[in-house]
Ligand binder design. Structure first.
Ligand SMILES: [Zn+2]
Length: 307
């Protein structure tokens, strides 16, 4: 019986693969570096085909037991046509018909989507957002993105490009952003902005892990850093809470380990600034899945498409 999915999570640094079974259970996982293949699209697609087939064998399965392959990519992806429009961190990927190219190579159904949307599917089906009809799943890292579950469905937008939370302008006179805009949310809470903030607050640029360790020891500057970062995150979410009235905001990505010094201030900032009904109706939770989020979400993507 067909009941397994090969999930692939393409990142700028690593590509993770896993074979996932019913209830999102990961049977085998594997990963390889993106860099040796980043120069050539053809090489990367061949490597994907090879690794997908190898992972099916290492799970002790055959292709007859595989429903399909789900692939998450960091950029603009046309889910319906199966076309990768643009990947900001992997050169050479514009308008690549990944779905049809890979289907011809491996003779399995292939589905492609934006990576944050796939993570959102994992969290809403098996993770922190299980059973919640309206939620936002936010990822904080180099980039800041979000997936939206509205009325129980993943909201894609007309071009599958909805969810660019990081590029919501907070200040029309703010710093210039890579997207071409000014004062985007990402310019206040993305990794680059947090590094700048660390220089200003701590006196030297520091990693969020190092500042987290100092905050745990009660270092006042480190505590101030996290309070400032949390207020920026909260401020950026106020408009979203007013607009969408979600029950839950899931926070994942690099700094989400720091629940202790982050989540309370984020929550308080939103409660204080949002409209009273929406501002009292939401909760914040940490994402359940870390490294497996992309491959578990790929399972949801592929199995949902069979319905
Ligand atoms: Zn921007």
């Amino acid at each position: 019986m067909k009941q397994y999915v090969v999930g692939v999570d393409v990142g700028g640094t690593n590509i993770k693969l896993g074979v996932v079974g019913p209830s999102g259970l990961v049977l085998v996982r594997n990963s390889f570096a993106t860099k040796p293949f980043a120069s050539s699209r053809i090489k990367l697609i061949s490597a994907l085909a090879h690794e997908i087939e190898a992972s099916i064998i290492s799970a002790g399965l055959t292709k007859k037991q595989i429903v399909g392959v789900g692939i998450g990519l960091p950029g603009l992806v046309d889910y319906e046509k199966g076309v990768v429009r643009f990947l900001p961190n992997i050169p050479g990927w514009s308008n690549v018909h990944l779905k049809s190219i890979l289907q011809n190579k491996i003779k399995l159904s292939v589905f492609v989507d934006n990576d944050v949307k796939i993570i959102t599917l994992a969290e809403s089906t098996f993770g922190a957002g299980r059973g919640v009809k309206n939620l936002i799943c936010m990822t904080l890292g180099t980039g800041v993105g979000a997936g939206l579950i509205l009325n129980g469905q993943l909201y894609r937008g007309e071009d599958n490009a909805a969810g660019e939370l990081g590029h919501m302008p907070l200040n029309e006179h703010g710093p210039k952003c890579n997207c071409g805009g000014y004062g985007c949310f990402e310019r206040y809470v993305g990794n680059r902005a947090l590094l700048d903030l660390s220089s200003r607050v701590m006196g030297i640029p520091m990693t969020t892990e190092a500042i987290f360790a100092l905050a745990k020891k009660g270092n006042k500057k480190a505590l101030f850093f996290w309070k400032t970062a949390a207020e920026h995150i909260g401020n950026g979410l106020v408009g979203i809470v007013n607009l969408l009235n979600p029950r839950l905001i899931i926070i994942g990505g690099g700094v989400s380990h720091n629940e202790k010094f982050l989540f309370k201030t984020v929550t308080d900032t939103i409660r204080r600034r949002a409209m009273s009904l929406q501002g009292s109706a939401f909760k914040i939770k940490r994402a359940k899945f870390k490294d497996d989020a992309g491959i578990i979400g790929a399972y949801v993507l592929v199995t949902n498409a069979q319905r």
